[in-house]
Design a protein around this ligand. Sequence first.
Ligand SMILES: [Zn+2]
Length: 212
Amino acid sequence: MDQIKIGKFIAACRKDQGMTQAHLAEKLGISDRAVSKWETGKSLPDSGIMLELCELLNINVNELLSGEKIMTESYNKIAEENLLAMRQEVEEKNRQMLNLEIAVGAPAMIAGLVLCGVAAYVEMPTGLRVGLIVFAAVLIIAVAFIAVGIEQKAGYYECQNCYHRYVPTYWQANLAPHIGRQRYMKCPVCGKKSYHKKVLTKGDEKEVQEND
Ligand SMILES: [Zn+2]
């Protein structure tokens, strides 16, 4: 143990508490000289007095013996920051997936509709016309299924009655009537039907919603 370091730490904590060496000595029922000896690193407080000393200095024994404050708050803070970072990563991934839904879905949808228009209005043999319409229909349906699949997996849906957040099954999401990304579904927890909102995380404290 580093007596000098401990001594300096005792002195610093004592000053933080607004006490003189004499005050501290009086409260502990010992001589000023004993306090002075600790603070200059010439001796250590004996174990019988340590708890009381720590209490007066507002530190714990572990800190007294290390000669420094042990920052449990900073450990907690780092842990919290890590959690937050992880959560943001998940959120970002979900956001990217939803953007992908639009990036892939919208052009394919437009292409399908354009093909339908071409098939309907441009002169061509009947076989080709039917082929084009079938191709366009398959394209539109396939894209719709893929888009719903992405949407169902990215993030969660939130019940507007009990605010439970969950991932519906593919078919539940696919067959549900929707307005934008809000889907009319039955909540697995409260059983009420409502338009469930799309949310990016499962957490409750931070509201993150996709509004489009
Ligand atoms: Zn509910």
